[in-house]
Design a protein around this ligand. Structure first.
Ligand SMILES: NC(=O)c1ccc[n+]([C@@H]2O[C@H](COP(=O)([O-])OP(=O)(O)OC[C@H]3O[C@@H](n4cnc5c(N)ncnc54)[C@H](OP(=O)(O)O)[C@@H]3O)[C@@H](O)[C@H]2O)c1
Length: 231
């Protein structure tokens, strides 16, 4: 796959990993990049067009798909993290809010743009997931639940879209140095390194990208747990 043939929509493109994807795609010579955000303010050029998109607004998602018939690749990057515990009085509300973006936003954008991509002869949908798709931890209930469900969504999308010529790539990483993890003191990946690794793997045809050791370990630990359960 050559990015010079690809017209790419990135969600949550105004900061963090989304902004890194836009810069990396521009440097790779992508044919065009639609940098979508709730309040688009990012760079504009002959190859980058900022467009407004709140992934939880289904009317806006559908209208954008109508207005961008040239898209061949979507990067579902928009995401939120909210701390939640089973003992929070509003835990259901927190999981609801997080899932509306991380799960249902990804679903809405994918469902709206899959017909566009297939009409253009196929392409790519890449979902930014997380090592948290497989991990549990204090405070992580809402985020991890939404990413685990988004992983299942990604697998089910692949089953339907691969036969239609659409590569569906899950991107997993551990801690990335963005606003989302601003208070986390430990070592973090640079957003640009994650974007570069993911885009290289996508171009090579990978449908699962485990960017770092943390996501690799999270996936294999989960597999071991499942194996023990099966015994
Ligand atoms: N940081 C990490 O350690 C880490 C690790 C693994 C995976 N991830 C995933 O990487 C992705 C990007 O996160 P990040 O680390 O770059 O976090 P971030 O700096 O907090 O950026 C989140 C982005 O998502 C956008 N967004 C949130 N809700 C949205 C909505 N309803 N509609 C459209 N855009 C929305 C934000 O836009 P606004 O500016 O409008 O809020 C922002 O652009 C997320 O899916 C996240 O789960 C992050």
């Amino acid at each position: 796959m050559d990015y010079s043939d690809m017209v790419v929509l990135v969600t949550g493109a105004n900061r963090g990993l989304g902004s890194a994807f836009v810069s990396a795609l521009a440097e790779l010579g992508a044919k065009h990049v639609y940098a979508s955000a709730r309040h688009p303010e990012g760079p504009q050029s002959s190859r980058i067009t900022p467009v407004p998109l709140d992934v939880t607004d289904r009317t806006q998602v559908a209208a954008l798909a109508q207005s961008l018939p040239d898209v061949t690749m979507v990067i579902n990057n928009a995401g939120i993290h909210r701390r939640a515990s089973l003992f929070d009085a509003d835990v259901v509300d927190i999981v609801d809010v997080v899932s509306r973006t991380n799960l249902l936003g990804t679903l809405a954008v994918s469902a709206a743009f899959a017909p566009v991509i297939t009409a253009n002869g196929g392409g790519v949908i890449a979902n930014v997931l997380s090592a948290g798709s497989w991990l549990a931890g204090p405070g992580n209930l809402a985020y991890a639940t939404s990413k685990a469900a988004a992983l299942s969504l990604t697998n089910n999308m692949r089953a339907e879209l691969n036969p239609r010529g659409v590569q569906v790539t899950a991107i997993h990483a551990g801690f990335i140095d963005t606003d989302m993890m601003a208070t986390f003191p430990g070592p973090k990946l640079s957003p640009r390194a994650v974007a570069d690794a993911a885009l290289a793997a996508i171009a090579a045809g990978s449908q699962e990208v485990l960017v770092d050791g943390m996501s690799q370990k999270a996936k294999s630990a989960s597999a071991l747990a499942v194996a023990r359960f099966a015994d």
